[in-house]
Write a new protein. Sequence first.
Length: 144
Amino acid sequence: MTQQEVDYLLRLRKYKKNDEITELPYSSGEKVIVPLVSDDQRESFDLIVRCGKIELQKYHFVNRANKYICLVRLDLEPSVHINPDGQKIDGPHMHIYTAEYGERMAMPLPTDLDCTNLQNVITFFMNRCNIVTPPNIRITGLFQ
């Protein structure tokens, strides 16, 4: 995929496909997939939220295009990520797909983002992915 195609998919406004209420996963390895669609209904996307297998507060938020291209991924985890250029990112970070590196490049999250507040993280991620009508995600279980 060219960078122009990637940029186009990232810019597209995304809308929830239905009004179902989705509960944030809180069991080991559990994930939810929420369908999204572009303005003109020609492009389909998924919002995927996955809970960590060992650390239950370790979340991954993914905006996927065409069922297999990870456009944006936010890793809410304390680990270190090393970019292809050798740069180390310590702590929560976000991957944005590029034609050159795929999803291997990451950047730190903004320092003013409270990563302990899952609702703030979800809102930040949806804004970054240009999801203009966000799905109904309810935080339940351990993280209410």
